[in-house]
Design a protein around this ligand. Structure first.
Ligand code: NAD
Length: 424
């Protein structure tokens, strides 16, 4: 019998949510007790204090984390989030989901995630650089191209990955591009990485609409979050002929039933930083956006936005989880009971990002670079295979699509742990 750890360290609603998902999946595949807790709980974490000298001469100490959930199947992989509401529990949940995601799509990685409690919009460019470099400096002995490889997430981007790669490389004394992915192309970033997550979301949406016999040119789409993932998903779906009727960011949303001019919206955000006061449609709240009548709803911001309060009010046909953990356990049950919404679970839906991060890492390790077409063709082939395996698992065991995806991801991690045995 395995003895459950009561993990107070990660205690939070979002970690509990990830644990409940795990428990349900572990029950569904009868995961032996001796393997359960070993597979479920994060392997290790590091918490760091990050002092940064501010523009006015004062010093602010920020708190940062890195959680490595699983190191049994390869180096761990996962983004770094800069957001004012980051908690260790949230980072642990996101690390856990990275493990199942990498395993589901067949990458030789475990899962990890990092985070800093900071609103990056409140920092000057210099302060942001100092914070990013300080974070990496503290992580030098904890991560590495064969141990744990970070990438961008909410609030971080290519530029930050470039500073981090530079900090690590200076520390070890030679260039190590493979230490982070999502870098600028000039530093060994991959063609197609910036748009990879959104391109993958859009590709899967297209495939699922085909299964539902809905022509994509007749589809309307509402997207919450207009950062890297939300905007790239919008562009790719519009490229397939879908009509984007609503977009939003943390300042609110815009609704235009005739279709939003995405180029105009992107240019506006480039200069204004946020969508607030963008005149391409009627203003709406983030809550209303989620309840709009549309063919495809794409949450592409933060966790736990689809809850028991609004799950019964959704009016979409397809729910594409571009964000990690957007749907609570209670909302999941409501959506399952309704039976009129097809759901593409996060671990499958947004996996395009880590797939192309893997390609970037491979290119860095071999110093041999691929063209964009090669990257995108290989990405879609992996997504097709992952989708087919999820659909097969669903049909075979009569699972929900989320349960099918999670059981596949979890089973492979558990099998690796079983085969490696336990260090005496
Ligand atoms: P980002 O920082 O580029 O964009 C986040 C967007 O969400 C911004 O537009 C922001 O204004 C908006 N937002 C923040 N809080 C909000 C709120 N309360 N209500 C509405 N909108 C809000 O981040 P991103 O990289 O696009 O990540 C978005 C989601 O996708 C996250 O869940 C992330 O974990 C997930 N994801 C990202 C990647 C990647 O490659 N970047 C890969 C897989 C999954």
């Amino acid at each position: 019998m395995s003895k459950a750890i009561v993990s107070s360290l990660y205690d939070s609603e979002v970690f509990k949510m990830a644990c409940r998902q795990f428990d349900k999946a572990a029950d569904a595949i009868n995961l032996p007790d001796a393997l359960r807790d070993r597979t479920k709980y994060p392997r290790r974490c590091l918490a760091v204090a990050l002092p940064v000298k501010r523009a006015d001469g004062s010093v602010t100490v920020f708190e940062g984390y890195r959680v490595q959930h699983n190191l049994s199947t390869g180096p761990s992989k996962g983004g770094i989030r800069f957001h004012q509401h980051v908690t260790l529990g949230e980072v642990a949940a996101l690390a856990m989901w990275m493990s199942w995601k990498c395993s589901l799509v067949g990458l030789p990685y475990g899962g990890a995630k990092g985070g800093v409690i900071v609103d990056p919009n409140q920092l000057t460019e210099n302060e942001l650089e100092h914070l990013s470099r300080r974070y990496m400096q503290e992580m030098v002995n904890f991560i590495g191209p064969h141990t744990d490889v970070p990438a961008p997430d909410v609030g971080t981007n290519e530029k930050i990955m470039g500073w981090m790669m530079d900090t690590y490389s200076n520390h070890v004394g030679h260039v190590v591009p493979a230490v982070v992915t999502g870098k600028p192309i000039s530093l060994g970033g991959s063609q197609g990485r910036r748009e990879a997550t959104g391109a993958g979301v859009a590709y899967l949406v297209k495939k699922y609409l085909e299964d539902l016999k809905i022509p994509i040119t007749k589809a309307t789409v509402a997207i919450q979050g207009f950062g890297n993932v939300g905007s790239e998903t919008a562009l790719a779906l519009a490229g397939y002929g879908a009509k984007i009727i609503a977009i939003s960011d943390y300042t609110g949303g815009i609704h235009n039933p005739k279709g939003i001019d995405l180029k105009k919206a992107l240019t506006y955000v480039q200069y204004q930083k946020v969508l607030r006061d963008f005149d391409g449609g009627e203003p709406i709240s983030n809550e209303t956006l989620l309840e709009l009548k549309c063919t495809v709803l794409v949450p592409a911001a933060l966790e736990r936005v689809i809850t028991e309060k609004n799950a019964s009010k959704l009016r979409c046909r397809l729910l594409a989880e571009a964000a990690n953990g957007p749907t609570t356990n209670a909302a999941d049950r409501i959506i399952e009971d309704r039976g009129d919404i097809e759901l593409i679970p996060d671990v499958l839906c947004n996996s395009g990002g880590v797939v192309v991060s893997y390609f970037e890492w491979l290119q860095n390790l071999s110093s041999f670079y691929w063209g964009r077409d090669e990257v995108i063709t290989k990405l879609f082939a992996i997504l097709d295979k992952a989708k087919d395996s999820v659909e097969y698992q669903m049909r075979k065991f009569k699972f929900s699509r989320r349960l099918a995806a999670l059981t596949l991801g979890i089973q492979r991690v558990a099998d690796a742990k079983q085969s490696r045995g336990l260090f005496p």
